[in-house]
Design a protein around this ligand. Structure first.
Ligand code: ADP
Ligand code: MG
Length: 713
């Protein structure tokens, strides 16, 4: 017997193992056993030859009477093997094309099982290319024969290893693998009436009835959810044990003074979440919280309150943003909101004021040194930055809180890079503006507590969204540019979003309009005379910054940009957005994009330009975006329409590859059930000492996740 984590090579041989590894990345026996059939083909009950009818799918057991190779076709180059069989009740012809060797295999006297659809040729019944399996004795098929079982598994396969090759390798593994230890604890399994692991592998690979593979599937689906949730339950449990510095609110501190001078009233949601975070920070264990909130729901202020609470206790806070544009925008916004509270050590600074530093890859040497020094000495209470915060040797005097904005761009590992470096773990707040359906949050961010901001600050005008079918109604396009002009004439600003840049890049989709083309056309045509700016990811960072700053300051009227404006860019004076080739963007992405307009007191307008067909699914998606402003509803829709992998995101591909039967879209109940069950198991046995097979499965999953991360950096 071998363990499930034994190398495949030692069971199926070098050659097959190599194919399995290169085609599917399989390394150990367990990998192959979890390579489940795509579908099953039923082959029916054994039939009598005397009762066969045309069109019937039949399995017969019969003895070969004769087998002849016959030539046919031009020049007699093709060969057809005609095999006549009998079962005593009648005769039947089997035909195989281009399989000369069948003649030898099916020598007269051979007894076998044949399965296929009954056809007719020249008035006689026949089976063409039936499935064939030899039978050792005439008493009946060997006990284990798949024909006798009546169900043939069909595997994901490759040219080098067709489905029956996979099937054979699986059988080899099943006969030698030791499946005494079940990753699912007995009581968890029994409570749900799920089969044990050995029975389930048998049921999924060699079922004798449909119910068997169905039950096996249910079990493995639950197991996938359960192992993943156990990883998270253990992480949460460990965090509960980790020490952290308590950061209680300080009366008369910066947080309080800032709250008093806020230029607006916090929404109820903001108050509630700010309080929850505030009390998390008072605990002596690190907070690990995910804050989801509609675009424009005001997450930054909530985070700022938390950061100030930490600063009040003498600690520091770091705010990690995914792009330079966002980092400097946050820096600008926070400095602006804090006013003299952020002018520590400066003339005019308030009593007890702190400092807010920006740290990005593109800083000049002097600015960088100042930021680094202030972070290290503790002078800077708040440091805002990009990846540079993680990658460089940044030290903090006393990092108490890490805020990660727009989480989906960062992996778990990147979060921990900064956290693990600190002697005492800081509290962590993760913010995302992409509303995540509950199951996805549980699957991808299962180690975080979740808070949600559902309402927008009062006085926000809803964004009006209209689809502009450029091909059918060219006049609408002209009207769109007119609208942009009108807004600009009224002192407001606009975005034009395009799907690609247009510099030489083979991978670009040439069907769409490029940024450079659109910019040139607009400048020469409908928007001539307006101040147009260009923003995309390949510009040098200082140029990006300059453009963004100019737009924010109102020195540009229209920003022609790629999706770099998608996340978090906040220019309240921008009121209209035109999205070119809108069908190229996902539903949630469009929702994100349009969140850039209507952030001030003026209503926002979003025009989705498309050349897609009126009845196409693409057009339907755009109509859905135009019809709803509820980000959660749209994200559910998005999840339904996209592939699982896109939903989980590239960063989460370690998790993704472990989910074979579980869908975060369709199996919400399974995920919730598994989460509760794993929570109980981990609470009772945190190190899983009583559950070695579960512990091994958890380790294996964590290793894939890690390996995946290493590959990506
Ligand atoms: P997001 O949640 O998308 O990150 P922001 O934090 O950028 O949203 O907030 C969007 C804008 O709304 C900012 O200009 C911010 O100052 C403002 N804002 C935040 N909270 C409120 C509020 N309660 N009332 C009015 N405006 C607010
Ligand atoms: Mg934001």
């Amino acid at each position: 017997m071998v363990e499930p984590f034994t190398r495949l090579r030692s069971v199926v041989g070098d050659k097959t193992a190599k194919v399995l590894e290169s085609a599917f990345g399989m390394v150990v026996v367990d990998d192959l056993l979890r390579h489940y059939p795509r579908r099953y083909v039923g082959i029916g009950e054994l039939s009598d030859l005397s009762t066969l009818g045309v069109g019937q799918y039949a399995t017969i057991m019969a003895r070969v009477v004769s087998a002849e190779n016959r030539s046919f076709g031009p020049g007699g180059k093709k060969v057809r093997t005609e095999v006549v069989v009998t079962d005593g009740t009648g005769q039947l012809t089997l035909t195989f094309f281009q399989q000369r060797w069948r003649q030898k295999q099916l020598a007269p006297g051979t007894v076998g099982l044949f399965a296929g659809e009954v056809g007719e040729f020249r008035g006689k019944l026949q089976l063409t290319h039936p499935v064939y399996e030899p039978v050792e004795s005439e008493d009946g098929p060997a006990e284990d024969s798949r024909l006798a079982r009546g169900i043939i598994p069909i595997y994901p396969a490759t040219a080098k290893l067709p489905t029956w090759g996979v099937e054979r390798a699986v059988e080899q593994c099943l006969t030698v693998v030791d499946l005494d230890d079940d990753p699912l604890p007995d009581d968890v399994r029994d409570a749900r009436g799920l089969p044990g692991v050995a029975e389930a592998f048998e049921g999924i690979h060699r079922p004798r009835a449909k119910e068997q593979w169905q039950q096996a599937r249910d079990r493995f689906r639950f197991e996938e959810a359960f192992v993943l949730q156990t990883v998270f339950a253990q992480r949460r449990h460990a965090l509960e044990r980790d020490p952290a510095t308590a950061r209680p609110a300080v009366a008369g501190g910066l947080r309080e003074r800032f709250a008093e001078r806020l230029p607006f009233v916090l929404t109820d949601g903001q108050k509630e979440v700010a309080e929850a975070i505030g009390s998390d920070l008072e605990r002596t264990h690190p907070m690990h919280r995910l804050l989801q909130g509609e675009v424009g729901s005001g997450k930054t202020v909530v985070a700022l309150l938390a950061m100030l609470q930490v600063v009040d206790t003498g600690g520091q806070a770091a705010l990690l943003a995914p792009t330079e544009v966002l980092a400097s925008q946050h820096h600008r916004a926070i400095t602006g909101l804090l006013g003299d509270l952020a002018q520590g050590g400066m003339l005019g600074g308030a009593d007890g004021a702190t400092r807010v530093q920006l740290l990005t890859g593109s800083l000049g040497a002097k600015a960088r040194k100042e930021a680094l020094d202030d972070a290290a000495s503790g002078e800077a209470g708040i440091v805002v930055g990009t990846h540079a915060l993680i990658q460089e040797h940044v030290t903090f005097d006393d990092l108490g809180l890490l805020v990660v904005d727009e989480q989906h761009r960062f992996g778990v590992e990147q979060r921990s890079a900064l956290v693990d470096r600190s002697e005492v773990k800081p509290h962590v707040l993760v913010m995302t503006a992409t509303p995540i359906p509950r199951t996805v949050a549980m699957t991808v961010f299962g180690d975080l507590e979740t808070s949600t901001l559902r309402e927008l600050p009062a006085g926000r005008k809803p964004i009006q969204t209209t689809v502009v079918p450029a091909a059918e109604r060219p006049a609408w396009m002209d009207r769109a540019w007119e609208r942009v002009r009108e807004e600009v004439d009224g002192g407001r600003q606009a975005y034009v979003v395009v799907s690609r840049i247009g510099v030489a890049d083979e991978s670009e989709d040439k069907e769409t309009r490029s940024l450079l083309d659109v910019h040139a056309e607009l400048a020469a045509g409908p928007l001539s005379g307006l101040r147009l700016g260009i923003l995309h990811g390949r510009l040098p960072p200082d140029e990006k910054d300059a453009t963004m700053n100019a737009f924010a300051a109102g020195d540009l009227d229209v920003l022609v940009a790629t999706t770099v404006v998608e996340v978090g860019v906040d220019v309240p004076n921008a009121t209209v957005m035109v999205v070119m080739d809108a069908d190229r963007f996902g539903v949630s992405q469009l929702h994100q994009l349009r969140g850039r307009v209507g952030r001030g007191s003026e209503p926002g307008l979003c025009l989705l330009v498309t050349a897609s067909d009126p009845d196409s699914p693409a057009r339907e998606r755009l109509a859905a975006v135009a019809a709803s402003t509820d980000g959660f509803e749209l994200s559910r829709l998005d999840v339904e329409m996209r592939h699982e992998g896109d939903v989980l995101g590239a960063r989460q591909s370690g998790v993704r590859s472990s989910l074979r039967l579980l869908s975060v879209v369709r199996h919400e109940d399974v995920i919730v059930d598994a989460r509760n069950a794993s929570q109980d198991v981990v609470a009772a046995d945190p190190s899983l000492a009583e559950h070695p097979a579960l512990a091994a499965a958890v380790r294996a999953l964590e290793e894939t996740e890690r390996a995946d991360y290493l590959e990506r950096t």
